[in-house]
Ligand binder design. Sequence first.
Ligand SMILES: NC(=O)c1ccc[n+]([C@@H]2O[C@H](COP(=O)([O-])OP(=O)(O)OC[C@H]3O[C@@H](n4cnc5c(N)ncnc54)[C@H](O)[C@@H]3O)[C@@H](O)[C@H]2O)c1
Length: 426
Amino acid sequence: MSKLCTVAILGVGSRGHCYGKHMFSMPDKYKIVSICEIKPERLARFEKEWGIAKDLCFTDADEFLKEKRADVLVIGTHDREHVAYAIKALELGYHILLEKPISPVKQEMLDLLEAQKKHPQKVLVCHVLRYSPVFVKLKELVDKKEIGDLRIIEWNEQVAFWHQCHSFVRGNWRRDEKASPMIMQKCCHDLDLLQYYVGDKCDTVYSTGDLSFFKREFQPEGAADRCSECKYINTCPFSAEWVYVTRWRDEKGSPADQWPFNMCCYDIPLTEEKIRKAYSSPDNVYGRCVFACDNTVVDNQMVTMKFKNGVKVNLTMSAFSADSGRRAIFRGTNGQINFDESEDVIRVQQFGKEPYFIKGSELCAEDKTGFGHGGGDVVLVETLYDMIYNGAEEVTALEASVESHLIALCAEESRQSGKVIKVHED
Ligand SMILES: NC(=O)c1ccc[n+]([C@@H]2O[C@H](COP(=O)([O-])OP(=O)(O)OC[C@H]3O[C@@H](n4cnc5c(N)ncnc54)[C@H](O)[C@@H]3O)[C@@H](O)[C@H]2O)c1
């Protein structure tokens, strides 16, 4: 019999629910015993769904963190509410599954690193793509020199216009001072992967980018500030009707409970009428015109990086994409690898030879292809267990994860100052 790992979850929103759901489906490994969530409807839902004792369901994080409630704490609160809770949790003796970004504030990251050194427990950062078989495959191909020596990576993070509207114009990550700069929030995964593929530390960073479109001056003539009152509601691709109702209807099986629709409307099971009613309510942030929000984060950013081993990388993050997911070209001395996440394909071509193709979803175990982040979410949850009890490699341990965050902070500094920034003092 394997040891049962007890779990407490702080913040049962999209991410807390996602990890909780996977843990709940592994009863031989995990048991969720306590939750803390400020939204009463969510707390009540998961108390029932996961069968948690009422006296271990909390709405107040200070009360919840007065005692150690389990072996592992999942921290799924928002970006600026990670480090203080993580330090407290380490003091209580928890292992931690910590959502990214660790923090958008450098000093906070360093404080957490210091705190961890004083405690024997593990802190695993949710860089979920590192656990996704297709992204791991790319690393294998680079490392076995399938394209010779790596020289350049061209990397595109296609945010998708509807995702930009949902999270970064209307939603929780629209203002950097309340959440994180976009390059940290959306691209710390990309930066983490890039330094993993290159296999060395980043030396210098240069970046440009701005909020170029989702602002008042681009609001169409005669548009209303709320979609439900707008004459363009059925023709605007950014309207709440399109983003939440049409996309939900087009989604396979019109899901009863799925992000991002359940952010706009939490009346589960979802229906078209319920979603429409929710976004039409005057205080629902997701019903706002995308040209009349209080968003500050960029909608496009480019980052040019030179790594210490000489490899150069260009990262483009853009809202202006129909597809979502990553597209990349790895250029080596003996060939190139093209990767397209939305097309689910890796194409490897050595110079002078026929290309061969690898289908990303075929790399996942059969029962994991439908899970989030290319199977990465569920593999992360399995790895956490193996890391605590079976000595598995700490792929996204805190120390390893700080590097991508430092690159993101330097990129943001460069974007604002127009200067080339050195990531590390030599
Ligand atoms: N790893 C990934 O790929 C990934 C993807 C999306 C988001 N994230 C990160 O995960 C974190 C959470 O994002 P989300 O999409 O789940 O957001 P969310 O809003 O869906 O969930 C956050 C939850 O925390 C609750 N909460 C906030 N403050 C609280 C407090 N003090 N005590 C108890 N509960 C509290 C909120 O009510 C909400 O239910 C963010 O930092 C985000 O950057 C990571």
